[in-house]
Unconditional design. Structure first.
Length: 134
């Protein structure tokens, strides 16, 4: 498990820049970022080096931010590795709410959220995979 920072932002020009400036001023190193949007707002999900420090910096600037535990797994950098991982969850009847990826030293890291993190961890381990940790 790793911690993910979620930031709720208005969907308008300059909002992302303001959030990133706060993190820059706080000395936060971002590793991954994903934005899901609707017409009025977006949810920016981030993996960073110091999630609690990042959350506090954003809150001090009036930016709503929350931390949550998500699963992350390092996969082989080969075709079909993600399909094989997702298949493990499908066979076990566990759905993935969302998923995004980033590279760390040329290794793909899949970040995802399910309704049952403990079950997800067990599924990964039974499939020969393990949760990524910093």
């Amino acid at each position: 498990m790793i911690q993910q920072l979620s930031v709720f932002m208005e969907n308008r020009a300059g909002t992302l820049s303001a959030v990133l400036d706060v993190l820059k001023q706080a000395g936060i190193q971002l590793h991954a970022l994903s934005i899901a949007d609707t017409a009025d707002y977006g949810i920016c999900r981030m993996i960073c080096d110091t999630p609690e420090k990042a959350r506090q910096a954003l809150l001090e600037h009036g930016v709503p931010a929350a931390l949550s535990d998500v699963c992350a797994v390092e996969l082989a950098n080969t075709p079909g590795a993600l399909a094989d991982m997702v298949s493990l969850f499908t066979k076990a009847g566990l759905s993935i709410a969302y998923l995004y990826t980033f590279l760390l030293k040329d290794k793909p890291i899949m970040v995802f959220r399910t309704d049952d993190a403990a079950k997800a961890k067990g599924i990964l381990e039974s499939g020969g995979l393990c949760c990524f940790k910093w």
